[in-house]
Each structure stands twice: as C-alpha cells, then as structure tokens.
Write a new protein. Structure first.
Lengths: 70, 252
C-alpha cells in the first residue's frame, strides 16, 4: 500500500507530474477521437449524397480529365 | 511511356498524387501506425513511470521529460513536414501536399501546446517559475502562434486551394524559426538546459532514461503519422463532398 502511495506521490511532485501525463493523454486522445468522428461524419454525408444520385453525376465527372478525387 | 509523357524529373512524389492510390496506401499503413503508437506508448509509459530512475537532482519531476521532450521534438518535426509539404505544393503543385499541410497544422499546434504546458509544469518545481521570457520558451511560443496562423490562413479563403497556397508561403517563411528554437539555448542565456540527446558528441543522458525517452518519441511519431493520415482521408472525403454538392447544384 505504501508502495502505491509513494508512487502516486511522486516524491512530493505529484501535482506537477500527473497533470503533465493527464494533459498529454487528454490532448492526444481527444485529437484522435475528434479526427475520427469528423472522418466518419463526412463519410456518412458522402454516402447519403451518393445514394441520392450524386454517384451517377460523379461517374460522369470522372470521365476523361475528371478531377473528382476518389 | 515516351519521354514526353514521362513525369518530369523530381516528381517521384507524384506517384502518390492520385487520391485513390494514396487512400489505398493510407488504408494499409493505418493499422500498423495505430499498432506502433499503442505499443511504443505502452512500453514507453511503463519504462517512464516504473522502469527508469528518478534524477539525482530533479527527483521524480524528471518523469515529465518523457512527455515534454517528445512533444517538443514533434512540434519541430511536424513543422518541418509542413514546410516540406508546402514546398512540394508550391514548386511541384503536388495535389495532396496541401492536404498534408492542412491536416498537420492542428496536430503541430497540439504538440507545441503540450510542450509549453508540460514545460511549465516542469519549470515551476525546478526553476521556481511557470514561465520565463527567454530564447527557447519565447521561440516555441512563436512556433505555437505560427501554427495558429497557418490554421487561420488555410481556412480564410473560400477556395481551399488558395488557402493552402497562402498558408504554404507562411509555412516556408516560418521555417526560419526552427534553427532559432534549436540553437536558442546556445545563443542566449536561458533557464532551459542545453541539448542532451541531439548533440554532435553523442547523448549525455543515461541509457536508463534515454531508452524510455526514445521509445516515447517513436510513439509520438507513429501517433502523428496515424492521425495525420486519418485527417488527410477526412479532407479527401470533404473534397469529394464539395465536388458532388457542386455537381448537384449545377445539375438542378
């Protein structure tokens, strides 16, 4: 038990060490989650648009010299 | 392929100019990058928190180094990647380079913020101050503002391509800040310690601390590449969305 308390106490510097790790975890984890959610949202929108008939027009646009990225 | 049809010399980058090819490559790389991130950060965190000693002078606060230093390295590395992508956009008009730069800028800003914040958390117990207007800290703060400028400029135009080109120019101008950050600890009096890993005469840091640091840095690098590819995929889907919406509007 003393071992865990001593570990969490970080030699009296817990108030500085743990916030640094928590901040890194929050920023990096949050950034990944937001980026992934944004990608999924756009993919859903694209799917809906293609189902509404956008796909047919896209194929026309992708003919010779078509610029629509896939 | 005739010589006329061959892409110009120096356009090897254009091999991945096709969004379809890029997406295939990104799709096959992403699981490996995710795995590399989780493995390196898992092992790195274990070594940083349990497998490395406290510093003889700084005590347990030295453990902040394992997130602060990789974040600071990534702040510089991501900017370098943005600068290379910007040069590629302006010189070779590589169609994906602008998207790589756009996707990377918020990540670079996040790493720079982490470097500044964790540096403050390390500075308070060791130096007695959260902040000091010295060369290293001020130049890193300027880097943070540069990232914010890149993000703002990229989104300031109605045409995404114009925004990316304007931002590319700013990114190339801002490269001058990178050597200033790197050498600031040698050029000016500073509270910040000089380099102890990237030195011509080799690292001065003990291997028991160097290995966890390098493994954490590898984890941060994998993380950047993983999330950057995720964001570039998002930008490509967004471009397709815009194109389809335009076609739909014109078709009405």
């Amino acid at each position: 038990m003393g071992g865990i308390e001593s570990f969490l106490g970080m030699g009296g510097y817990a108030a500085f060490v743990w916030p640094a790790y928590l901040l890194a975890a929050a920023v990096m984890g949050g950034f990944w989650a937001v980026s992934r959610a944004e990608l999924k949202r756009r993919e859903r929108q694209l799917q809906e648009l293609e189902q509404r008939g956008g796909g047919r027009r896209r194929r026309r646009a992708e003919g010779p010299g078509g610029q629509v990225p896939r | 392929m005739s010589d006329l049809a061959r892409p110009p010399a120096g356009s090897a980058l254009h091999r991945f100019a096709s969004p379809a090819r890029f997406l295939r490559l990104a799709g096959s790389l992403q699981p490996w990058l995710a795995g590399g991130t989780l493995l390196c950060l898992g092992v790195g965190l274990y070594l940083a928190l349990f497998g490395s000693p406290a510093d003889y002078q700084q005590g347990e606060t030295v453990r902040i180094m394992y997130v602060h230093v990789p974040a600071a390295w990534m702040a510089l590395f991501v900017y370098l990647c943005i600068a290379l992508a910007s040069a590629s956009l302006l010189v070779w008009r590589h169609p994906l380079a602008g998207l790589v730069a756009k996707a990377s800028a918020p990540l670079g800003a996040a790493f720079t913020f982490l470097a500044l914040a964790t540096g403050s958390l390390w500075g308070k117990p060791m130096w007695g101050t959260w902040w000091e207007w010295d060369g290293r800290m001020t130049s890193v703060l300027i880097l943070f503002f540069l990232y914010l400028g890149l993000i703002a400029l990229t989104n300031a135009f109605e045409s995404p391509e114009r925004g990316q080109r304007a931002s590319a120019v700013l990114a190339l101008v801002g490269v001058v800040n990178l050597p200033i950050i790197k050498f600031s600890v040698d050029w000016w009096n500073t509270l910040h310690q000089p380099a102890s890993v990237m030195r011509l005469d080799g690292p001065t840091i003990d291997p028991s601390m160097l290995w966890p640091l390098l493994i954490m840095a590898a984890g941060f690098t994998f993380y950047y590449l993983w999330v950057m590819l995720l964001r570039v995929r998002g930008e490509l889907v967004e471009a397709r969305l815009r194109a389809l919406q335009r076609l739909e509007t014109e078709g009405r």
